[in-house]
Ligand binder design. Structure first.
Ligand code: UGA
Length: 433
């Protein structure tokens, strides 16, 4: 099939690359010429395992090309994916300006029947919004369909998630409208759920909000564990073993961040508000997440007698492992507070350091965990990268001024950490320091 994908962010580029990998002719469209040049040379502008290999192969085979003209790409395509950003506006609702601009450009390029797919995370009602923009520009309603096809890929495993999704959701106004996408996704051989457009749009927000709810729930339980002397790891395993609950997304820690959960929880809250429903449960999911990192920092501050003139080492800066993404990363909350309260910070991250340095030039970036620990008053494990899991803890403790380890992701065995010479604190476990 001939496909255009508008937007080469995480969702757009991975979708375009995987569809080209399946043998389709894909044009990836973006306004950013430098990014397009990079992609055309087979390089990925984002850190994503497996993506560059697919880009190189599909570009060499001529299956994936790039363009900065939406109209040109639409003219030659049967299916057009809209995969541009919908960042939160001031009131928390998604900013739809990029989607609207793209819809207008698509309208100018339509020359034959075209299926337009909302792949961006867009609020309920966006299918109609896009259709109205296109008809207002003079395109007959019989010349196009607008379908919702939300994306469920995770950063760090985006290629695999796109190739092997748990389900493919297609929201369409009729079975005929859904058919081109059913045909497109058939080679993946995954379960396909066909719904109306509004339901598909809600499924995306509900999925991310539900996952955020699971994490906030386990983080709230971690507070109870700390108070009563229970272990959140066991509680998590115990409840996750119930097949009705499931073990995924029950890892207690500093809370959820990234480019999706925060944006989509506030997005769903804004949608609910517009509809006159005060979604108290979801508001609590948000509030618990905001408090979680600060509770952890309160504890550390108490232990150190405040952050003033203290040197804190951070292990990990990315919002989660295997990505260089720092959007809404918990590291930023931590850095912000420690700097405000007069402390200094050294940090190491395998991929994200330079991005954080752009925001905080006073950050002392190191090239290894051991350099971070040297002379520090405390270490915080912020992101659970694999390379932090097997560190020589005794060596780390030895070079510190004050061997205090605050494990924000529950990576270490408390006994081993203590044996290595640390005073060790982690979330959801009573005891030290
Ligand atoms: C999330 C969803 O998992 C994807 O299905 C969705 O497509 C994507 O958002 C999106 O809307 O684009 P992502 O943001 O890449 O994916 O990251 P996740 O792996 O879901 O992690 C989100 C946050 O939750 C991270 O900060 C992570 O550290 C935290 N987390 C996750 C926990 O604190 N505990 C857990 O048990 C799991």
């Amino acid at each position: 099939m001939k496909i255009a994908v508008i937007g080469t962010g995480y969702v757009g580029l991975v979708t375009g690359a995987v569809l080209a990998h399946l043998g389709n002719n894909v044009i990836c469209v973006d306004q950013d010429q430098a990014k397009l040049r990079l992609i055309a040379s087979g390089k990925s502008p984002i850190y994503e395992p497996g993506l560059e290999e697919i880009l190189q192969r599909t570009i060499t085979e001529g299956l994936l090309t790039v363009s900065n003209s939406i109209q040109d790409a639409v003219k030659v395509s049967e299916i057009v994916f809209i995969a541009v950003g919908t960042p939160p506006a001031a009131d928390g609702s998604p900013d739809m300006s990029a989607v609207k601009t793209v819809a207008s450009e698509i309208a100018k390029g339509i020359h034959h029947f075209t299926v337009i797919v909302n792949k961006s995370t867009v609020p309920v009602g966006s299918g109609d919004l896009v259709a109205n923009i296109i008809t207002e520009l003079g395109v007959k309603r019989t010349q196009f369909e607008v379908v919702s096809n939300p994306e469920f890929l995770r950063e760090g495993s985006a290629v695999r998630d796109t190739m092997e999704p748990d389900r493919i959701v297609i929201g369409a106004s009729s079975p005929e409208a859904a058919q081109p996408l059913i045909d497109l996704y058939r080679p993946l051989d995954r379960p396909i759920l066909i719904t109306d457009v509004n339901s598909a749009e809600l499924i995306k927000y509900a999925s991310n909000s539900f996952l955020a709810m699971k994490i906030s729930f386990i983080n709230a339980m971690s507070i109870l564990c700390e108070e009563c002397g229970a272990n959140i790891a066991d509680v998590s395993k115990g409840i996750g073993s119930d097949s009705r609950i499931g073990p995924a997304f029950l890892q207690a820690g500093l809370g959820w961040g990234g480019s999706c959960f925060p944006k989509d929880v506030t997005g769903l809250l804004a949608t609910a508000k517009q509809m006159g429903y005060h979604f108290e449960l979801l508001q609590s999911v948000w509030d618990i997440n905001q408090q979680q990192t600060h509770r952890f920092l309160d504890r550390l501050s108490k232990e150190l007698g405040g952050f003033k003139e203290k040197t804190i080492g951070l292990l990990g800066l990315a919002f989660k492992p295997n990505t260089d993404d720092i959007r809404d990363a918990k590291s930023l909350t931590i850095i912000d507070r420690i700097f405000k309260e007069g402390g200094s910070i050294r940090a190491y991250d395998p991929a994200a350091s330079q991005h954080v340095l752009k925001l905080y030039s006073q950050l002392d970036i190191k090239t290894s965990p051991y350099a971070v620990a040297e002379g520090a008053d405390a270490l915080i494990l912020v992101t659970e990268w694999n390379e932090f899991k097997q560190m020589d803890l005794a060596r780390l403790a030895k070079v510190m001024k004050n061997p205090l380890l605050f494990d924000g992701r529950r990576v270490y065995d408390p006994e081993l950490a203590q044996r290595a010479g640390f005073r060790y604190f982690t979330i959801g476990l009573k005891g030290s320091p």
